[in-house]
Structure formats: C-alpha cells, structure tokens
Design a protein around this ligand. Structure first.
Ligand SMILES: [Zn+2]
Length: 273
C-alpha cells in the first residue's frame, strides 16, 4: 500500500458515494480561523461525532458503524494486514481515513503500536492517530486508527518517542503506557507522523484527565467542544456556528487544562521522580 494507491481509492470512493462527496466538497468551504495557538474549524457535519454518546449502554444499543455488515452500501474498503482502510464520510481534513480492525474488537492499543508505525511509514505526509476508548473514540467497541494529512502542534504535556528502531519504539511506548496505568490506552491520544524538522517518525502520547470539558453541552454558557487527538494537535473542531464565533484563547486554555496536563506541571513531576 502506498499514498498514491490510497489517493486513487479516495477519489473512486467519493465519486461513488454522494454523502462523502458532498461532505468533502463542503469541507473545502469550511470557515477556519486562528485563536491563540489553535486553528479553529467550523464543521457542522461533525455534529454527530462531537455529540456521540460513547457510554457502554448507548454503544450496546446501536449497530456498530465500523463493522462491514452495517456499513453504508456505497462504502468500500482497502484491506491491509488485519485492518480495512475506509474513507471517513465526516471528514475534518481534505483526506481523512479510518483504519478499522477487520473484526469487532475493543479500542485497545496493546499490541498495535507496531501497526501504527507501519501505517505512518506507509502513509507518508499523513498523521496516524488513535483516540482512547474514553477520550474521543466514537466507536470504543471497534478498534480503529485514523489518518489525515495535518501537522501536529502539541502544546499540552506530551511524551515524545523518536522512532529510530521500530521494535525499540514499540517497547518504549508500551513501557510509558504501562507507567501511567494506561496499557490499553483508554485515556490517551496517540499520534504518529514524520516530524518535518527531525525528518523522522515520532510517536506523541498525550495523557488525558477527562474526555470533555466541564462546560461541554448545548445549554446556556456551554459549548460543543469534544477534544480528541486532532484538538491535542492544535486543531479545534466546532460543529456549531455560535461556538466557532464565541471561542477565545481563554476558553481554549481552560479546555486544555481540564482535559489534559500542562507542560510546566509535567516538568515538575519529572523532577520529583
Ligand atoms: Zn464493529
């Protein structure tokens, strides 16, 4: 599998699937702006994902949209190892793939970091990312990575691993996840990509405190901000226009402090062992 093969697959898929074609075309017209260190994206098509109920009860009641049997008839798949590469019909970026395990198996990263590195190497120019089951995965019951061509700018605490040797990097990542009590990665966002400056693959692991900020919601003074890997990497998706308009650097800082750890604090913690 190469980037050019996925590009052909992408073009064939959107040509054959009106919903995906429309959502990718709409994306090109999406409003974006810079707020502090974040790029804020107004993307109404993401409302379903941002609003997704991911508690066990809600998950048990819905047909899994990543299982082949429940996918829309237009959706095609490219096979790769034990995964299927799918075009995400509700994109955040102008290319957005979901790489779903072929079988219905939980969003558990253990034993899969090597696959993540292999995907990032194969999809050069893309960032491959993983949202833990309790911090952003919209299908916590069906394992999946995502991939999109964006450059991460992470301003919260982040454990960075340089991929010099694949097996060593896998070992380091697993050791770190173990050390923070997250061997399955339920409360982490992980990104793997080629660092433009260093010129080599890196893995960034962002530890999370919670999934959504305390002011998440549609009531007075609340906002539909549902941060996951993409937000940790500097891109804030707002599915409602009023949130897109209202968001300020202070709100972004508040969200970051509530859902992740700050860089300064992590330095202090390292110093004290
Ligand atoms: Zn499934």
């Amino acid at each position: 599998m190469t980037v050019s093969e996925t590009e052909v697959f992408f073009k064939e898929q959107v040509a054959a699937w009106p919903l995906a074609e429309r959502n990718y075309a709409d994306l090109a017209r999406c409003l974006t702006k810079r707020v502090g260190e974040m790029t804020v994206l107004f993307n109404p098509a993401r409302a379903a994902s941002s609003n997704a109920k991911t508690d066990a009860g809600s998950i048990a009641l819905r047909p899994c949209f990543l299982c082949a049997a429940n996918r829309p008839s237009e959706q095609r798949a490219l096979s790769w190892r034990g995964y299927e590469i799918l075009v995400n019909p509700f994109p955040i970026f102008d290319r957005h793939f979901t790489i779903a395990a072929t079988s219905h198996t939980p969003q558990d990263i253990s034993g899969r970091i090597g696959d993540m590195i292999a995907l990032a190497r194969m999809l050069d120019g893309y960032t491959v990312f993983f949202n833990g089951a309790r911090c952003g995965a919209s299908a916590p019951d069906h394992f999946h990575f995502q991939a999109a061509p964006f450059e991460p700018h992470i301003s919260v605490e982040c454990h960075k691993i340089e991929v010099i040797d694949d097996a060593a990097a896998v070992g380091q990542a697993e050791l770190y996840l173990e050390s923070i009590g997250q061997p399955r990665g339920e409360m982490v966002n992980i990104l793997c990509y080629r660092d433009r400056v260093a010129g080599q693959l890196v893995i960034d692991i962002v530890r999370r405190k919670c999934h959504r900020p305390s002011f998440y919601g549609t009531g007075e003074g609340e906002m539909l901000l549902s941060p996951a890997s993409v937000e940790m990497a500097g891109y804030l998706v707002t599915p409602r226009r009023e949130d897109y308009v209202a968001v300020t650097p202070e709100i972004i800082d508040c969200m970051a402090r509530e859902v992740a750890f700050s860089r300064d604090k992590s330095r202090g913690m390292d110093k004290h062992g």
